[in-house]
Design a protein around this ligand. Structure first.
Ligand code: GDP
Ligand code: IMO
Ligand code: MG
Length: 421
């Protein structure tokens, strides 16, 4: 069947984990291709409720191979903790590509220190997982990769020494504690002992699956608006969150990606800094946060909440060539008598339905279309026909504005609370 790329179409936390968990029951493999444990992908199934950070959301499907791919950055301490919560019967099918970069404690220290140098109104609001500094080491070609853990110990020590010669200077500049080669080597040995059988060159596994025509899910992290290039730079993450990232980083060649599913929350949320044009600062925003349970799965921070932004979504749809949309959290809007959709922005006196770059987004005035709510529960709807008329109208209007068919409609966090249209 080929590969299906699952991409967050907004600012993140759209419900990617929930949709990947559902699709994974029919998939042969799930690959996380970018990001690290900054992700918080919530999966609720018969085994419990899980906030997966670095482990792919297909982990609960026993016959599905789960790969932490070449383009990711991995904190193995976090992976050890995460595995403790997942029944052991599911651990067998987890692999980490030799090319994945290692997040060391000093990069977490530096993530915090770099944020502290920013003015209070200009923070990125990172998850402080060390994501940015680790991708910076990768780009500077001083980073260590998962495969390095398996090297001859003296070669590994040399690599650590080279990395630390640079990092300790930076740590010192920030008045942070420096690290010795032994500190890092000892940690590396703990990680090696735990994961030596799981760290593999995953490309042959992926190539074989591709050639056999197997179904592979490419699980994106975060959303398009936090992409390093197309997002709200510098209030973004340090990797490519779009299908372009999946093409470059997953090991699945682009022609094998047969569909691209954009995950769209029925309204919008954002954690962290930067412009968010449809943000609500009033009771309506608070109501969305309360009913939607909008608190970060990684940091517990209250998520900023606002109406659906069709201007941003149109750009996401273009950049990713979405073939289908999955809309989540329709049920959260069950108790709103009116709902708004952003359809254009006015920037410097000019009205446009094109999403401008970061600084212009900060100045944008948002123009809304008002839609009637349905004021009845959708939680138990399992067919398109059973949805209230006004909910159908809302969904169809979004489809019209984005120009991509809405195939999946999620009306609750549980596996079965999903309508396939
Ligand atoms: P991700 O990072 O994109 O995987 O999304 P998160 O897991 O961070 O945030 C989505 C939240 O919404 C989680 O708490 C999910 O359990 C929950 N969720 C997902 N789909 C639905 C839905 O259709 N309705 C409701 N009420 N909650 C949902
Ligand atoms: P999922 O995959 C929401 C945000 C941070 C910050 C910016 C950069 O669950 O959607 P980073 O730690 O990556 O350097 O932070 O991105 N951020 C997220 N927001 N969900 C996430 O993951 C996020 N991962 C990072 O708040 O603004
Ligand atoms: Mg999340």
């Amino acid at each position: 069947m080929g590969a299906i790329s699952v991409v967050g179409a907004q600012w993140g936390d759209e419900g990617k984990g929930r949709i990947v968990d559902y699709l994974a029951s029919k998939a042969d493999a799930v690959i996380r291709y970018q990001g690290g444990d900054n992700a918080g992908h919530t999966v609720i199934n018969e085994y419990g409720k899980f906030a997966l950070h670095i482990i792919p959301s297909g982990i609960f499907s026993k016959d599905t191979i789960n790969i932490v791919g070449a383009g990711t950055v991995v904190n193995f301490d976090r992976m050890i903790d995460e595995l403790k919560n997942i029944p052991e019967e599911f651990h067998n099918n987890l692999f980490i590509d030799v090319r994945a970069h290692l997040i060391f404690p000093f990069n977490k220290d530096l993530d915090g220190a770099e944020e502290n140098t920013r003015k209070s109104n200009d923070k990125v609001g990172t998850t402080k997982c060390g994501i940015g500094p680790t991708y910076a080491d990768k780009a500077s070609r001083i980073g260590l990769r998962a495969g390095d853990l398996l090297l001859d110990e003296n070669i590994l020590k040399d690599k650590i020494e080279h990395l630390l010669s640079s990092k300790n200077k930076t740590l010192k500049n920030y008045n942070l504690a420096e690290y010795t080669v032994k500190d890092i080597f000892d940690k590396a040995m703990v990680w090696k002992n735990k994961f030596k059988d799981k760290i593999q060159d995953c490309l042959p596994i992926i190539e074989k699956l591709v050639k056999q025509g197997k179904t592979i899910l490419l699980e994106g992290q975060l959303g398009v608006m936090r992409d390093i290039d197309w997002g709200v730079y510098p209030y973004c993450t340090s990797s490519s969150t779009t299908v372009g990232g999946a093409c470059a980083l997953s090991g699945v060649p682009f022609r094998e990606i047969k569909s691209v599913v954009g995950i769209v929350k029925a309204y919008t949320t954002s954690v962290g800094g930067g412009p968010f044009p449809t943000e609500l600062f009033d009771d309506v925003g608070e109501k969305l946060r309360r009913i939607g349970g909008e608190f970060g799965a990684t940091t517990g921070r209250p998520r900023r909440c606002g109406w659906l932004d069709a201007v941003a979504l149109k750009q996401s749809a273009y950049l990713n060539s979405f073939t289908d949309i999955a809309i989540t959290k329709i049920d959260v809007l069950d108790d709103f008598d009116t709902i708004k959709i952003a359809t254009s922005y006015t920037v410097d006196g000019k009205t446009t339905d094109y999403l401008p770059d970061t600084e212009a987004q900060k100045r944008a005035h948002v123009n809304y279309e008002v839609v009637k709510g349905w004021m009845t529960s959708t939680k138990d709807c399992r067919t398109w026909e059973s949805l209230p008329e006004e909910a159908k109208k809302y969904i169809l209007r979004i489809e019209e504005l984005i120009g991509v068919r809405i195939k999946y409609i999620s009306v609750g966090p549980e596996r079965d609370q999903l309508i396939i249209r």
